[in-house]
Write a protein that binds this ligand. Structure first.
Ligand SMILES: NC(=O)c1ccc[n+]([C@@H]2O[C@H](COP(=O)([O-])OP(=O)(O)OC[C@H]3O[C@@H](n4cnc5c(N)ncnc54)[C@H](O)[C@@H]3O)[C@@H](O)[C@H]2O)c1
Length: 259
């Protein structure tokens, strides 16, 4: 990807979950806009390959977001190499689908640990590393705004991400660190490739989206870029819906013709 728009020139960003999906698209877009980008993930083979494909200012590092010591290792290394973190995108995450009665405690804890604790540790790392200010973008979800049956564990983690986003925005404002969340609807990535989602009727679902299609990772990445750079300099503590209109409300149901 090439562009003459260098909105992130001289900016160093860390994107978690960057081996694929929204994280990978974001890392590539940031690089195209002049950033030095560190890609963190647990899929080392894919992460290395994606970083090499993106370009010379892209560096892959193993980063399990649930492990505090790994955050310290990566952000310390960035600073030592003259690339102090100024932008953080907390994109690492996973989804599971089951009713509350069918959700095991282990799965609930896995969702909370990865999606919520991972974001919490990222915020702590940003608070420590962004000594001259910066921007954090957290990945919440449409399902962190609209409660959705069978997405209890995932939804709880993503509602929590929005709460942490607002609290961090308030606490970090003095340090000139802005914190915002994006809330994507259904985006075409591998996150729902697992067995939990195999029975979903995707055609019916797509018909329920006002824009009548799923979103693309690049469409989320463009919104993240906006929140990461100075174009959004007066925005903090906000949620940006990227859901094709789903959360706007419901269309008026068609009434039967009156006699
Ligand atoms: N795709 C969607 O429809 C959608 C909708 C709303 C929100 N989101 C959110 O966007 C974010 C990215 O989702 P995606 O669709 O790109 O998913 P994805 O499954 O394509 O990518 C997730 C990435 O996170 C990595 N990861 C998993 N566990 C990790 C860990 N412990 N530490 C570091 N990395 C880890 C995976 O290896 C993978 O590369 C997630 O937080 C997800 O909840 C996605």
């Amino acid at each position: 990807m090439t562009t003459t728009d260098e909105r992130l020139r001289d900016t160093c960003a860390l994107v978690t979950g960057a081996a694929r999906g929204i994280g990978a698209a974001t890392a590539e877009l940031f690089h195209a806009h002049g950033a030095t980008v560190y890609l963190g993930d647990v899929d080392d083979e894919l992460g290395e390959r994606v970083a090499a494909k993106i370009g010379a200012r892209a560096h892959y590092r193993h980063l399990d977001v649930t492990d505090e010591s790994q955050w310290t290792r990566v952000t310390t290394e960035m600073a030592d190499r003259g690339h102090p973190m100024r932008v953080l995108v907390n994109s690492a995450g996973a989804a599971s689908k089951a009713s509350i009665m069918q959700t095991s405690l282990a799965d609930l804890r896995r969702m909370i640990d990865l999606n919520l604790v991972g974001t919490f540790l990222g915020l702590q790392a940003a608070g420590a590393a962004m000594t001259t200010g910066g921007s954090v973008v957290n990945l919440s979800s449409l399902r962190g705004v609209l409660a959705t049956a069978e997405l209890g564990a995932y939804g709880a983690s993503k509602f929590g991400v929005r709460a942490l986003t607002r609290v961090a925005a308030l606490e970090f404002a003095e340090s000139k660190i802005r914190v915002n969340a994006v809330c994507p609807g259904s985006i075409e990535t591998a996150i729902t490739a697992g067995a939990d989602f195999a029975d979903d009727d995707m055609d019916a679902y797509v018909k329920s989206i006002p824009l009548q299609r799923r979103g693309l990772p690049l469409e989320v990445a463009k919104a993240i870029l906006f929140l990461a750079c100075e174009d959004s300099s007066y925005i903090t503590g906000s949620d940006l819906m990227i859901d094709g209109g789903t959360s706007a409300g419901a269309k008026t149901p068609k009434h039967p013709t009156r006699p």
